[in-house]
Design a protein around this ligand. Structure first.
Ligand code: MRU
Length: 344
């Protein structure tokens, strides 16, 4: 990869500040859980697996920072760190999954310095496992992609949203590396423009053909036969296969169904939440109306009007043609197939 989304160096988390892309490539260096929680909340880092990795490093950074405290002060500070990180964003389950993994790496019989070392290693293991999962997912997913394929994607489920390679874009990357003639239509993804700013940037950097469209152009392109497949990532997949992803994903799934285009979801197993039975129980983040009023310095809406800004929506499992994970591909995912996958 030509960039690193996250990098860890002895107690310090380097985060590529995605709010500045594609204009500037700058890293934040964070050495506390509160700094990492703020970066997640304010979306300097975003994308479900990347949020999980950042939270894990946030715990490790806090443990490193406080490793000279006495045992009891160290443990209560760590508890606060877990709570703070868990409150940063509600929808992507990878955040809670990673925090649970970090909790289970704590051997409270050990001294703070050794725990800090264990937590650093645990966070690095989560990070490495995510890259490996994405490469596997790419391999499985590429088998679904024909030799020549025009793929529509939504938001950014690429290297920027993960430890590396990406989920939906990981499939695109793998197919491209296999020599398939893949091209991507990236929906701009209002309100925060992850498609325009991030997906288009990371694909262009690798010379994978990409065309940027406004979100409301997708249906028209489908009527024109310009889209062969839709591939998206996920923030949380419920036990029955209902999938939460960036607001607007559901619209793409309905359109794809209408036009007989396969709608594929790619995510690591850590995004599947067996404790959430259906999409109805997935918490949907509601963000500030300011993000809809305009973008950056631009503020184009009438003053004083009411604004809604749900950040995610849920695509019912019945609209999903295939779910791709590092463990393989499930066609027409449902509760039984997902539970068999998790048990495998
Ligand atoms: O609000 P964001 O940018 O964190 O939303 C990201 C998405 O919806 C991604 O599609 C999802 O997290 C999958 S990332 C591999």
């Amino acid at each position: 990869m030509k960039f690193e989304t996250l990098r860890w160096n002895q107690g310090s988390l380097g985060l590529l500040d995605q709010r500045l892309l594609p204009k500037r490539v700058e890293y934040l260096n964070l050495e506390s859980a509160s700094g990492v929680a703020a970066a997640i909340r304010e979306m300097a880092v975003r994308g479900a697996p990347a949020i999980g990795c950042a939270a894990a490093f946030g715990v490790a950074a806090e443990a490193y920072r406080l490793r000279h405290l006495d045992k009891s002060a160290f443990h209560s500070a760590l508890l606060e760190a877990f709570a703070m990180l868990a409150e940063s964003r509600p929808t992507a389950v990878n955040l809670f999954w990673a925090l649970e993994k970090m909790k289970s790496a704590i051997d409270s019989g050990k001294d703070p310095q050794s725990i800090a070392l264990d937590l650093s290693q645990a966070a690095e293991a989560i990070f490495k496992a995510d890259i490996e999962a994405n490469l596997e997912m790419g391999r499985h997913g590429a088998s679904l992609v024909p030799e020549k394929c025009s793929i529509l994607t939504y938001c950014n489920a690429g290297a920027l949203a993960t430890a590396g390679h990406g989920t939906a874009l990981g499939i695109v990357r793998s197919a491209h590396r296999q020599g398939k003639a893949v091209s991507v239509h990236a929906c701009e993804t209002r309100p925060l423009l992850q498609g325009a700013r991030l997906t288009a940037w990371e694909l262009a950097m690798e010379k994978i053909p990409v065309t940027l469209i406004c979100d409301n152009m997708a249906g028209y392109l489908m009527t024109q036969g310009e889209i062969d497949m839709v591939i998206v990532g996920a923030d949380r997949v419920a036990a029955n296969g209902d999938t939460a992803n960036k607001i607007g994903t559901y619209t793409m799934a309905v359109l794809a169904k209408r036009h007989g285009i396969p709608f594929v979801v790619a995510c690591p197993v850590s995004t599947i939440d067996p404790a959430t039975p259906t999409g109805n129980e997935i918490p949907i983040e509601e963000r500030s109306g300011g993000e809809v009023r305009g973008y950056g310095e631009a503020d184009w809406a009438a003053k004083g009007i009411r604004i809604r800004n749900p950040a995610f929506d849920v695509t019912p499992a019945e609209l999903v043609a295939a779910l791709v994970t590092e463990k393989g591909v499930i066609e027409a995912p449902d509760e039984a197939k997902i539970s068999a996958l998790l048990a495998s």
